[in-house]
Ligand binder design. Sequence first.
Ligand code: PRX
Length: 655
Amino acid sequence: MSELKKPVFKPNREFAAQARIKNMCEYNALMDWAKEDYEGFWDHFAKEKITWMQPYHTVLDESNAPFVKWFEGGKLNVSVQCIDRHLDTRKNKAAIIFEGDRGDNQVITYRELYYNVNRFANMLKNNFGVQKGDRVVIYMPMIPEAAYAMLACARIGAIHSIVFGGFSAEALRDRIEDAQAKVVITADGAFRKDKPYMLKPVVDEALKGTSVVEKVCVVERNGEDVTWVAGRDYSYNELIKNQSVTCSPEPMESEEPLFLLYTSGSTGKPKGVQHNQAGYILWAQMTMEWVFDVKENDTYWCTADVGWITGHTYIVYGPLAMGATTVMFEGVPTYPDAGRPWKMVEEYKINQFYTAPTAIRVLHKSGEHEPAKYDLSSLKVLGTVGEPIDPPAWKWYYEAIGGGKCAIVDTYWQTETGGHIVSPLPGATPIKPACATLPLPGIMGEILDPQSGEKVGVGESGYMCVVRPWPSQIRGIWGDPERFVKSYYGDVKKDGKPVYFTGDGALYDEDGYITITGRTDDVINVSGHRMGTAEVEAAIKKHPNVAEVAVVGKPHEIKGEGIFAYVVLKGEDTVSEEMEMVKEINNVIKKEIGNIALCDDVIFVPGLPKTRSGKIMRRILRAIAKGEAITQDTSTLEDPSVVQAIESAVNSCKM
Ligand code: PRX
């Protein structure tokens, strides 16, 4: 219990005085309002925040739970929410500030964004035949055209599905096929560390062997040669020239889909998480306002990639919905040196900076003294996301970057939650290092005992749940309603009713603060990227010499977790070529998933620890990977001697 005791840092008083939520009384008042009149609370904000084309008649319909409906009867357009409604007051305000890898930059005002998105939307309709409800896959680098593409889809009611640019051709093809996308938007490539890299060839490879995609739109960014398939591939740069700068927005029902985003689960097949219109954009905007407390003249920078949910909600939709200035960065934070982000903070006078613990660890390790070279006094709020942050990284972030005066908002959420669910409020919540603190107002987040469904006591592990539906929650898994129910509503019941379970374990401390302890399922978190062990195993099994494989996570100094694979080979003589096999296995992973899933350790073992019914005892494998003593009873294993053999294989690799 003593390790639960953490130092407490109170909000900066000057900052708190001007914050939207100024103290814990205001936080508690909002929470009490939501508890006493849940629908009234959301009704108030939906009316205040959203520019409706047609008012809704019902705030929340739970009659078919867990398939819920928010703001039924209402119509809106998310691109109007993000652009058009700002034109009266903010037309010349920077909407997006883009900094390229090589230091080139562009400022896109709200008026220019309006024109660019409308042109893009017209091009999708006129040249690519995209209609409302069609799925469009976006496989793009971090350039403004990625944001235009998202908003253009939103404008015409098409459903975008962004695939992170680090995924391989196979992974891209799987996602294209699952969504049955008829158009892919990509770029020739972009720049990384001053060198061009390519995306279009990956699309070409992905489209071999699938006929769902009719047309490919190619943004020319790095100017490298690419292959053009006649009748399929078209240049954005050519087509965009002739498009009209007006495009009337499609009135969308509150519960029509806005986008899909594939994420890992506990099976080999990624899930197409579906988010709909009104509830998603409402919470994206509210959390931007509450958690980052962005003000009219602020410049906000989130370093994520649009390929992940953080890029969706907190680079594009949230900031633009509230009329903020959002920075988009193409490069990597350590190039040309680990002072790059701090140089950008100084140059753009960044006020809110949001990144992942992995980036903080890398920047700390490779450039501890870099921040001191720059003027970081513009910073007001620092955010972290995606994985637990360790206290040393937190301390450096707080002191060296925030100068001890900025709140750190440790935002806990997921692809499925659409926006933050547990996070400090920078002007109100006293913070503790590496602690996500309290559920946000309106979010009924509780740590429950999975057996009894009761709230757990201080220091007891439980499951992080949300016991009432909320507007930005996942609406379904594309094409698989059963998997949706089973994945999120199958594990925990409160008062006999299934509740949303995040998949994460958590603890309360003596102040009722929540600390997220990590996944309870077979999902690992590598550099803040979610990876299903089953997905990595399915890839490794494609190697013809692999008989069996089990993948577990192992703590990693920089990445948070690394991937550790136990591989049983077919035949005996192959073990002599272990080094070669490790390379080959990583090549298969590269081909099937992408570099983000490469293994840190591959250990060849004679067998896996299985129960008599054939279930792999992963807890044993996790303990061995971590170098911990095995406390489980191994007598129930089919072959207990295998444990010793695995331990000696691991130990001989350490030597
Ligand atoms: O395990 C939790 C971890 O990241 C998972 C969600 O991953 P993804 O859907 O890819 O979204 C990442 C960006 C929101 C969660 O189930 N996670 C996220 N934020 C935190 C976290 N773990 C600890 N602390 C956080 N602040």
